[in-house]
Design a protein around this ligand. Structure first.
Ligand SMILES: Nc1ncnc2c1ncn2[C@@H]1O[C@H](COP(=O)(O)OP(=O)(O)O)[C@@H](O)[C@H]1O
Ligand SMILES: [Mg+2]
Length: 281
């Protein structure tokens, strides 16, 4: 990113932009980033926000498949000057827009400066149309993944409570914080089956990243393990659409509310709901 003109445009845009840019990252794959991103987009849209979900997993795009969206042109066509950005965006998918990537086209590590600049230029055009732009990034800590963090207002790290996922989340936070001097991040523990021990893990991690990385790590919420997620992927619908009262949808709802500064919704009916589900399923 040596180009001075690009840097000047980037700074001007950062100072004046309208939308809030959010990256969803993890380090480890399979922790639940894409499902989280889809449901985050859906629930923000449900609260009246204008949302664009960018499938920023450029190597293994799958948002379109998760939501059964037919993609006619992907970001590759835009980069090759064969399509305009408006020809690529899928409008109003469950209330939010999608910018699809294309499977197998770009290796995660081979996003050149010119390609990234072209992707970045999309947001100069789209910025005023959205309140939130969400980047669902790929796994790993490649250049392509970390670059999206460089233009984000908020970084949400998704992890599972297992040590391998935590280690990779830590590695991600370490690299990004060093590269871009970021000192605040959000974290979500996903696929949690024991809320108390997830809390202990979170508190330990918070202490460590505060001490060694100088990052203020804020928990959005724990998201419980929920069989409905797999079913939703099979049915190609967001869990929050399939069952807004499921554990998953409600936990995400509280993530979203915490993220935008609203009080969490109490889960007073949960016991009744669980009983109801076990009787009628
Ligand atoms: N809270 C959850 N409970 C149960 N299964 C989940 C949960 N979150 C994600 N999954 C499952 O984990 C797998 C990976 O999810 P995905 O969102 O594709 O992860 P990533 O984008 O991080 O690779 C999927 O099979 C999905 O159904
Ligand atoms: Mg994914």
């Amino acid at each position: 990113m040596a180009d001075q003109a690009f840097n000047l445009r980037k700074h001007a845009w950062e100072a004046n932009r309208n939308a809030h840019y959010v990256t969803v990252s993890s380090g480890k794959g399979g922790v639940g980033k894409s499902n989280f991103s889809v449901n985050l987009a859906y629930q923000l849209a449900n609260l009246g926000k204008r949302v664009l979900l960018f499938d920023a997993d450029l190597g293994l795009a799958n948002i379109d498949i998760m939501l059964s969206v037919t993609v006619s042109a992907t970001i590759k066509k835009y980069i090759d000057d064969k399509a305009t950005i408006d020809e690529i965006i899928k409008k109003d998918v469950y209330g939010f827009d999608i910018l699809p990537a294309s499977t197998g086209f770009m290796e995660l590590t081979t996003l050149t400066d010119a390609e990234f600049e072209k992707i970045f230029n999309i947001f100069l055009v789209l910025d005023s149309r959205y309140d939130y732009v969400i980047f669902d990034t790929g796994a790993g800590i490649s250049d392509a993944v970390t670059r999206f963090s460089s233009i984000a207002d908020s970084i949400i790290v998704v992890t599972n409570p297992e040590p391998t996922a935590i280690t990779d989340a830590y590695a991600f936070m370490k690299i990004v914080s060093k590269l871009y001097s970021i000192n605040k991040m959000y974290i979500v523990f996903n696929k949690v089956d024991d809320l108390k021990s997830a809390d202990i893990t979170y508190n330990n991690l918070k202490t460590v990243v505060s001490r060694f990385l100088s990052i203020d790590l804020q928990l959005l919420n724990h998201i419980r393990e929920d069989k409905l997620v797999r079913k939703a992927v099979r049915l190609q619908k967001p869990v929050s659409v399939l069952d807004p009262n499921s554990f998953y949808a409600r936990d995400i709802e509280n993530c979203v509310r915490s993220f935008i500064g609203l009080p969490s919704v109490k889960k007073t009916n949960e016991k009744v709901y669980t009983l109801f589900k076990s009787v009628f399923k």
